[in-house]
Write a protein that binds this ligand. Structure first.
Ligand code: GLN
Length: 478
């Protein structure tokens, strides 16, 4: 039995309705999802661990559903997958690194606590690029995840396991993290919806840090409505993360009957796949037909985003990953003295991409080079923010394709720079702290397979409601 009854995947909204109507129970729904997982997981490899207590979680949810206790539990009985860099007490939190291969989380991340309170069932932890560095989920210590739409291709990354888990319908929703596109880009490659919330909308407490000024936790799901339900549960101020903001800090961003949608044309010209561009143009036409006004805008600093991102994120990685010293967390490789302990542990515990980034990050922060690189990146970041704020005086939403290409083949992008280029449309969003939503905009054909591609709606700070509104309408209108 598959949880899919027609071609349209069952959504969180569908499941909740069925529970409320007394049509089914969480343990029945979970059993169907686990069946799908058993058949597809061996070829997709979306998961690192499937939790042993998943059945007992579902039984508890059954009791609550039978008692009709839906109040305050918007996710009662909903199975979810979570990325392996998010702490769940008593479970492994590996960040898919050898360094944390056997690291057991001592507490729940705030997002986990909130999802648990809302009634979610945690099915398992998903595969990712080591410490969330990459764009393809090929750089996991546990081996790559395959794209459910074409097993020869990558699912995107770094939340590729979470995206693949949803796309292969082993769960109706999942949680990922997005530092430079890691929720939106795999959503695009896997044909699902992914949200990067406004910086500070969601707590990072209990999330293994990569770039602290860029990281945000975000939902992945089949529909915008489902992503919204997940977001509403995880968002909100948290005393354990001082970068979370309470309501009222940003001006209210309202929804409208029709929007002014800005298209940064110049920014779209370079390196984009012609088929992706064609899908994007068709999407713009659909939006115009639905009554929205499409305007060309110019965002010259956005093009500098990639350079600024890859300096800023390396710098933050080098300082965040200094904590893995062989003493405090995870792996310990004994050397002949304390310094050798550090060196041996870090040499053995980190993969190549992680070591590359730590080295380059230490370099851009070193005296003499700090002004030339890190400070310049910070200046560009400020200019990008100002440029965006000015643009939002004229438009309500900005759109781009989420990624310039469809999913590529596993092993195709060996050269790190060519992989970094794929992040061109997603990183400006993290650098400026605004929210963005990736929604499927159809497919392109490659080698006889239909590969999904996504459109990215970018909102002003705290503009999630507007993104959900346009996203739901776009998804409904396609
Ligand atoms: N691809 C980007 C990087 O490699 C973003 C990764 C992420 O969002 N975690 O840094």
């Amino acid at each position: 039995m598959s949880p899919q009854t027609s071609n349209k995947p069952q959504t969180i909204v569908d499941r909740i309705r069925a529970y409320r109507q007394g049509d089914t129970l969480p343990s029945v729904v979970l059993a169907a999802y686990l069946e799908t997982t058993r058949s597809r997981e061996p070829e997709v490899h979306a998961y690192i661990d499937i939790f042993e207590d998943v059945a007992s979680q579902a039984e508890r949810a059954d009791d609550l559903v039978k008692e009709g206790r839906f109040e305050g539990m918007p996710l009662l009985g909903i199975p979810l997958a979570t990325k392996s860099n998010i702490l769940i007490k008593g479970k492994r939190a590996t960040a898919c690194s050898k360094m944390l291969e056997n690291y057991i989380a001592p507490y729940d991340a705030t997002v986990i606590e909130r999802l648990r309170k809302a009634g979610a069932i945690f099915v398992g932890s998903t595969n990712m690029d080591e410490f969330a560095m990459g764009s393809s989920t090929e750089k996991s210590y546990f081996g790559p995840t395959h794209n459910p739409h074409d097993l020869a291709r990558v699912p995107g990354g770094t939340s590729g396991g979470s995206a693949a888990a949803v796309a292969m319908e082993s769960v109706p929703g999942a949680i990922g993290t997005d530092t430079g596109g890691s929720v939106r880009q795999p959503a695009s490659f896997c044909g699902i919806v992914g949200l990067k919330p406004t910086y500070g909308a969601v707590s990072r407490y209990g999330v293994i840090a990569m770039g602290s000024s860029l990281d945000q936790v975000g939902p992945l799901a089949h529909t915008v409505a489902d992503a919204e339900i997940l977001y509403d549960v995880i968002r909100g101020v948290d005393p354990y993360d001082s970068t979370t903001y309470p309501d009222g800090v940003y001006p209210v961003v309202d929804t409208k009957d029709t929007y002014h949608i800005g298209v940064p044309r110049d920014f779209l010209r370079k390196g984009i796949d012609p088929d992706v561009l064609a899908r994007f143009e068709a999407s713009l036409e659909a939006l115009a037909k639905a009554g929205h006004t499409i305007v060309d805008i110019s965002l010259p600093y956005m093009e500098k985003g990639l350079a600024a991102y890859y300096i800023t994120v390396f710098a933050e990685i080098s300082s965040n990953l200094a904590r893995y010293d062989g003493m405090r967390y995870g792996l310990h490789v004994p050397g002949k003295d304390l310094l050798c302990d550090y060196l041996e542990t870090r040499r053995e515990g980190f993969g190549k991409e992680v070591r590359r980034r730590i080295l380059l990050g230490a370099y851009v922060l070193s005296s003499g080079y700090y002004d030339a690189y890190y400070r310049k990146a910070e200046i560009v970041r400020t200019l990008m923010r100002e440029e965006l704020a000015a643009a939002y005086r004229d438009v309500d939403i900005i759109v781009t394709p989420t990624v310039p290409t469809p999913a590529y083949k596993i092993g195709e992008k060996e050269d790190p720079l060519s992989m970094y280029l794929g992040d061109i449309y997603t990183v400006p969003v993290n650098l400026t702290g605004v929210p963005a939503l990736s929604v499927p905009m159809g497919t392109v054909d490659r080698d006889g397979k239909s590969l999904p591609v996504g459109i990215q709606f970018i909102g002003p700070h705290a503009g999630e409601a507007r993104l959900f509104d346009i996203g739901k309408r776009f998804q409904g209108e396609q």
